[in-house]
Design a protein around this ligand. Structure first.
Ligand SMILES: Cc1cc2nc3c(=O)[nH]c(=O)nc-3n(C[C@H](O)[C@H](O)[C@H](O)COP(=O)(O)OP(=O)(O)OC[C@H]3O[C@@H](n4cnc5c(N)ncnc54)[C@H](O)[C@@H]3O)c2cc1C
Length: 423
């Protein structure tokens, strides 16, 4: 089959890899000049298979309200909020208070996380990619006794699903992360021993190159303007290149992997995807003193900032901001991220010299990504991965390829089905 994958972020590229391996002819349509240039560019770099969860959680909502009011709190919202922001927030609240839904969705996401870990392991055997990746685990620090107690509760579910984790004392945390000499409060940590890291942008570009070597056609600087369909099938795709020339492509099937921009492609076919762009920020900087830097990934629950070691660089990431597609990077946000890193890993890098970035998490209001068949027989979706698209990319690419080939899927896709959203 000739399959078009729309979007060359990490999700589109891994999808193209899986489809090509199965013998399909694949064309990736990406409006930027290279792979992974939007949300997949400078994210927190965690492959956090054991830490995937829906934000539509009543307990989290109650914790989040005070964050909005705190000056350097992790949650921000543009004022006045836009209609899209309000719609997303109210929808999230409704899902958060739907009885039983959070537990079902969290288990489904963790199952996809575990499958994704397996698929990453296989993929890294199949192809040698340079992306500063490893599986040295991930630490969630507890800066209060309550946080430690929450981790104890979290462990019950992890144990139930067979996901390796350990509660660490402050001494054990410092043993695992000897560079953590700062004076930030510390009561212990939850260690996810089998989780990993890696530069998602380097990975996307390297895998795209490997796909091209195997015959995948990448059409960069090419925007998909719309899908042309009859009642049953998408028959053709309308595209436009950077010079403005338009063309129509014949396809046998389509996979939409267009992240925050997916809805504009599906809505004309009567499938509304309520994906909202939740903004975050990152700093990336060469290490000044590697001995003072994180060994792997450390999540500082005090500021909700993640510090990740990527080879000889540090990546620090934070904030959940509802500001639609505003790409400004205010100094106050960067200052908070720097403050968090200095309170844990003082002197590891010259943070003022860091490269800065902002990107948009393609969030669904209930939490799980959108993976499944769309409103036409040959239209598929692998999008809306929110905070966890890097982590879940290898697993979701595998299950969408199974679905396209008519095979049973490795995990149940019901919680991810495209048509589940209520108006
Ligand atoms: C601050 C921050 C930190 C994060 N940290 C982590 C983390 O630690 N771990 C993790 O797992 N995830 C993390 N994420 C989330 C993760 O980055 C995303 O879920 C993931 O990158 C989404 O990948 P994607 O391929 O779906 O989307 P994108 O990377 O946005 O790719 C979509 C692509 O589609 C293209 N496109 C869209 N519309 C069209 C069109 N009409 N025609 C052609 N091309 C089109 C876009 O140009 C884009 O390249 C983080 C996100 C942010 C913002």
């Amino acid at each position: 089959m000739h399959i078009a994958v729309i979007g060359g972020g990490v999700v589109g590229v891994t999808t193209a890899w899986e489809l090509n391996r199965r013998g399909h002819q694949v064309t990736v349509l990406e409006r930027h000049g290279q792979a992974g240039n939007e949300t997949s560019k400078a994210n927190a770099a965690q492959r956090s298979y054991g830490v995937v969860y829906p934000w539509a959680d009543s307990a989290m909502v109650m914790r989040a309200i005070p964050w909005l009011l705190k000056q350097d709190g992790p949650l921000k919202m543009s004022l006045p909020p836009s209609l899209d922001t309000l719609r997303f927030m109210f929808s999230t609240l409704r899902y958060a208070w739907s009885p039983g839904l959070y537990g079902l969705n969290k288990r489904a996401m963790l199952r996809l996380g575990m499958h994704s870990r397996e698929r990453f392991m296989e993929l890294e055997q199949q192809v040698d990619l340079e992306f500063d990746g490893n599986h040295r685990g991930l630490l969630h620090l507890a800066s209060t006794p309550e946080a430690l107690e929450n981790y104890r509760q979290t462990q019950k579910l992890l144990n139930e699903l067979g996901i390796a984790s350990r509660l660490l004392t402050p001494e054990q945390v410092r043993e695992a992360e000897p560079g953590m000499t700062g004076n930030g409060p510390l009561y212990g940590a939850l260690s996810y021993d089998t989780d990993g890291t890696g530069d998602c942008h380097l990975f996307s570009r390297a895998l795209a190159k490997a796909c091209e070597d195997n015959g995948v056609n990448f059409r960069y600087n090419t925007e998909t303007t719309h899908l042309m369909a009859d009642d049953q099938r998408v028959t053709r795709i309308a595209i436009r290149d950077a010079a403005g020339s338009t063309q129509v492509l014949d396809v046998d099937a389509v996979v939409v992997c267009a992240g925050c921009w997916s809805n504009s492609l599906t809505q004309p076919l009567n499938l509304k995807l309520p994906i909202y762009p939740v903004k975050g920020y990152s700093l990336t900087v060469p290490l000044k003193d590697p001995n003072r830097a994180p060994v792997s990934t450390v999540h500082d629950d005090n500021f909700k900032v993640v510090a990740t070691r990527l080879g000889d660089r540090l990546r620090a990431t934070g904030f959940v901001e509802m500001a639609d597609f505003n790409r400004d990077i205010p100094e106050a946000r960067l200052a908070t991220i720097r403050k968090s890193v200095e309170s844990r890993f003082p002197g590891c890098a010259d943070l003022m010299a860091a490269e800065t970035w902002t990107g948009f998490r393609p969030m669904t209001p209930d939490g799980p990504a959108i993976i499944g068949r769309g409103p036409r027989d040959n239209l598929f979706l692998n999008t809306g991965h929110g905070t966890f698209g890097w982590t879940l990319s290898a697993g979701s690419a595998d299950v969408i390829a199974q679905l396209i080939d008519g095979e049973p899927t490795a995990i149940c896709l019901d919680p991810f089905r495209p048509g589940r959203f209520r108006e």
